[in-house]
Each structure stands twice: as structure tokens, then as C-alpha cells.
Design a binder for this molecule. Structure first.
Ligand SMILES: [Zn+2]
Length: 289
């Protein structure tokens, strides 16, 4: 096997687009710094709503194929070469929004056995041996069944990998500090008349918002090429996202801020140092690990 770079980051997400919205700056930065960045996406988002009228005919498997092309373009923008679908493309399909009959589709991620799905992720972990894992909190950030399930699979895989002698030194959940979200939405309310979006979303629409004390790391992208890469990656997901920097909207057409600083809460492993937030997810991890 070819030797991997010293620093290796694994991100686990539910659908194509989640990685760019949540971690675009982080992925671009570590890819640019020569770290090995691996993205595992659990479904192709076949039940996502399509924004551009010209692509509205895309549903099911055809939408999944299209979204895989969007993901490929997004990864090119971020400089990430290693991106995979959990168990291969089409192994698990999108579960739809919580409470819909789609949740009962036997092939959907929500119906997947967590241990079996986690075993597929363990294969990736044993191959890549990441020191850092990034995923969602137990609510999946905002309650979507695929996000909740991605969280469960990622956390279980970390446990199973440790038992198999392949521990991950640090596990982080995606976060946004409440004060940062509040400020960004206050600015958005002022800017809204000049934006191509009719209404603003609310803070409750932003995944992973918590009090700032819980945040242990922040990756700043403001004014850097990584922020530009994030915006480009988000634009690549054109069926799902409309970008008007520094804002964007999903298919509900509700404007929300693009966060160019990305925030994390360390939930497993040791902080790189005490006091203050880490500015590097690999802080405290020795070269030898
Ligand atoms: Zn998603």
C-alpha cells in the first residue's frame, strides 16, 4: 500500500452537499496542507428536492447519479480526492424527511442495521487510519433521519475500529456557537431586501447550534482561498443550494448565512491544549501516530 500522509481526516455525512455546507473550509484547508482528507457520504440524497426548474424532472436513481456528479465537482473545488459512498453508491438510499412513509423503505439508511453499516465504515477506517473524525451530534444537527443515522454509524464505527486496534484519536461534532448564529442572522435581516431570497431562515434551521462554551475548536476561513473553495463547492450542488455570498438557501428558499469559520466540539480524545479553542483539529496529535 502506498504510504499515507502523516495527518488523516475522516468526515462522515448523510447526503452530497452536507460536507460543503458544514466543513467546506476545513476540508479545503487540510487538503491544501497535504493532509489526507476522506469523505464518506452515506446516501446519494435521492429524495432531495430539486431547486432548478430545468432539473426538476430528476428523481430517484437519476437524481442520485446527478448528485454524485455534483459531489465530484464539489470535491474538485475543495481539492479532496478521496470521497466514497458508504458501502458503494446506492447501497443505502435517502430516507426522506422525518415522519414520511419514505422512512419505511427497506433500502433506506434509516432502516439500516447500525452495526452492519458501521462495519462498512470500519473498513475505510482500517484502510485510511484517520486520527480525526468529524460527524454530526446525536440529533444529526437538525433531526433528519439520515443525519441521525450517519451520527450513529460514525460513532459506532469509531468504537468498533478501536476494538479492532485502529483507534481514532479525536472525534468532533459539527457545531455553530449561538452568538455567532444570532449575529449572522441579524446581519441577514438587514441584507435581505437586496438578496434573491424572499425570506430568512431561523437559527433553528442551522444544524448544531449550541452555547459557545461547548465549542472547542474553530477553523477560520474568512478572507482565505478556503472560503472561496467552500462557496464554489456549495455552488456545485446546484440541485440543492442557491448561493448568494455570504448567504445561501436550500430548496425552501429561506436565506441563511454561509459560515466561513467552522466550529467543532471535541467529544472523544484529548484537547491539544487547555484554555481557548483549538485552531487545528490535529492539535496534540504526534507525528508518529
Ligand atoms: Zn443532508
Amino acid at each position: 500500500m502506498t504510504e499515507l500522509p502523516a495527518r488523516r481526516l475522516l468526515l462522515v455525512h448523510a447526503h452530497p452537499d452536507d460536507e460543503s455546507i458544514n466543513n467546506g473550509v476545513t476540508m479545503a484547508r487540510y487538503a491544501a496542507e497535504g493532509a489526507h482528507v476522506t469523505l464518506v457520504t452515506c446516501t446519494l440524497g435521492e429524495r432531495g428536492e430539486v431547486i432548478p426548474p430545468g432539473l426538476a424532472h430528476l428523481t430517484g436513481a437519476a437524481l442520485g447519479e446527478h448528485r454524485l456528479r455534483e459531489l465530484t465537482a464539489a470535491m474538485r473545488s475543495l481539492g479532496v480526492e478521496d470521497f466514497r459512498l458508504l458501502g458503494g453508491a446506492g447501497r443505502f438510499c435517502d430516507s426522506g424527511m422525518m415522519g414520511l412513509p419514505d422512512n419505511d423503505d427497506p433500502g433506506c439508511l434509516w432502516q439500516a442495521d447500525v452495526d452492519r453499516a458501521a462495519a462498512l465504515l470500519v473498513e475505510v477506517i482500517r484502510e485510511v487510519r484517520p486520527q480525526v473524525l468529524v460527524t454530526y451530534d446525536p440529533d444529526g444537527g437538525y433531526g433528519h433521519p439520515d443525519h441521525i443515522q450517519a451520527h450513529r454509524i460514525a460513532m459506532r464505527a469509531a468504537e468498533l475500529a478501536a476494538e479492532a486496534g485502529c483507534p481514532i484519536a479525536k472525534v468532533y461534532w459539527n457545531r455553530v456557537p449561538r452568538s455567532v448564529a444570532e449575529e449572522a442572522f441579524a446581519r441577514l435581516d438587514e441584507d435581505l431586501p437586496g438578496l434573491p431570497f424572499a425570506k430568512a431562515a431561523g437559527i433553528e434551521d442551522v444544524p448544531g447550534v449550541v452555547d459557545g462554551e461547548r465549542i472547542t475548536a474553530e477553523i477560520r476561513g474568512d478572507g482565505t482561498a478556503h472560503a472561496d473553495a467552500k462557496a464554489a463547492a456549495m455552488r456545485a450542488h446546484a440541485t440543492q443550494i442557491t448561493v448568494a455570498e455570504p448567504y445561501f438557501a436550500l430548496s425552501n428558499d429561506l436565506a441563511q448565512p454561509v459560515f466561513t469559520t467552522e466550529y467543532y466540539e471535541l467529544v472523544r480524545g484529548e484537547r491539544g491544549f487547555e484554555g481557548g479553542r483549538e485552531s487545528d483539529l490535529f492539535a496534540g496529535i504526534g507525528e508518529a501516530s
